[in-house]
Design a protein around this ligand. Structure first.
Ligand code: GLU
Length: 329
């Protein structure tokens, strides 16, 4: 009788193990949760940022059972929409885009407020910049008249920044010049080929994009973006900024820092993503903050407290749990 019981128990255990569940499941055998992080073009800073976060979480794969992968995408607006439709679990998005999605304005005017959008933390600062070929004689936004200019792909975060900057300077992108709607990663090559004269982009620094754009044979320069006081008064998410061009991109034809305005990169998710997944990611980044900061030079000025600023969507409960535990909230 005892022998029979042992055999039966062995059978039950065998079955439980073969389907990977049941009373004898251990942590290491628990099923893996796959999450995808939406980023931007590969010469931007979102792509390495997604990689940095994924790397930290994947290091603890055994402990958390999370496997994070990174996807190169069209940028902020694409990422928010893909998170809302459940195609992505996480994404990087500009703070202005997060605000607009929550409010249901600009790109979300027709869809309405994105009620399930959740903030996790903010990351590096981003500036809105315009570069132009030196031979195109563009010294202000006004000089873009009649030129070929990339204002950005639909789905990017920076397209609206370009439109706002132009509007603040009395320009209409649909009438005053030949606007291109290209992905940022394509622009430096097209400037070099002489197919466009200038291009907008909103990105952290230093980025591969500007390194590429400033190291070609066709010289480029950063054009100051001025007359932004009205913009700053109208939109709560914009702040004055400068781009430290001579220090960061010595190949560009600027000998001084360039004035402009900026936003912040933020990390967002959906209310539908489980608390323990968000908690694990936040914990890995914040518990290993000094290691995280070393993963990209754009993070140099980050503090834990600054990473809780610039968020307009409600904090995801998994993130909030961690911030409360460590006294950040
Ligand atoms: N801010 C850009 C956008 O949302 C992306 C910048 C990046 O990829 O680093 O369009």
């Amino acid at each position: 009788m005892k022998k029979l019981f042992v055999i039966m128990l062995a059978l039950v255990v065998g079955v439980a193990f073969s389907v990977g569940m049941g009373p004898f499941e251990t942590k290491a055998e628990a099923k893996t949760t796959f999450v995808t992080i939406g980023t931007g073009g590969i010469t931007g800073v979102y792509y390495p940022t997604g990689g940095a976060i994924a790397k930290m979480v994947n290091n603890k794969r055994k402990e958390y059972g999370i496997r994070a992968t990174v996807e190169s995408t069209g940028g902020s607006v694409f990422n928010i929409n893909a998170i809302m439709s459940g195609d992505l679990e996480f994404g990087v998005a500009q703070s202005d885009r997060q605000y607009q999605a929550v409010q249901g304005i600009e790109d979300w005017k027709d869809k309405g407020p994105q009620k399930d959008l959740r903030a996790v933390f903010s990351i590096h600062p981003e500036t809105v910049d315009l570069i132009a070929a030196v031979d195109a004689n563009i010294n202000s936004l006004e000089d873009l008249k009649g030129k070929r200019v990339n204002i950005g792909n639909v789905g990017s975060g920076y397209r609206q920044n370009a439109i706002d900057a132009l509007e603040a300077n009395g320009l209409n992108w649909e009438k005053d010049f030949n606007a291109e709607s290209l992905k940022a990663a394509e622009a430096p090559g097209l400037i070099q080929d002489g197919r466009i004269d200038a291009a907008f982009y909103t990105v952290g620094h230093p980025s591969g994009y500007y390194k590429e754009a400033s190291s070609g044979t066709r010289k480029i320069k950063f054009v100051p973006i001025e007359n932004v006081d009205g913009l700053l008064a109208k939109y709560p998410y914009y702040a004055k900024a400068v781009t430290r061009v001579p220090e960061l991109y010595p190949g560009a034809a600027n000998d001084k820092d360039v004035p402009t305005f900026g936003v912040k990169a933020t990390f967002v998710t959906s209310a539908k993503v489980p608390d323990e997944v968000v908690y694990a990611i936040v914990k890995e980044v914040f518990d290993n903050f000094e290691d995280f900061k070393k993963l990209h030079p754009a993070y140099a000025g980050l503090t834990k407290q600054s990473m809780l600023e610039g968020l307009s969507a409600p904090l995801h409960p998994g993130a909030l749990k961690y911030y409360k535990e460590v006294g950040l909230k």
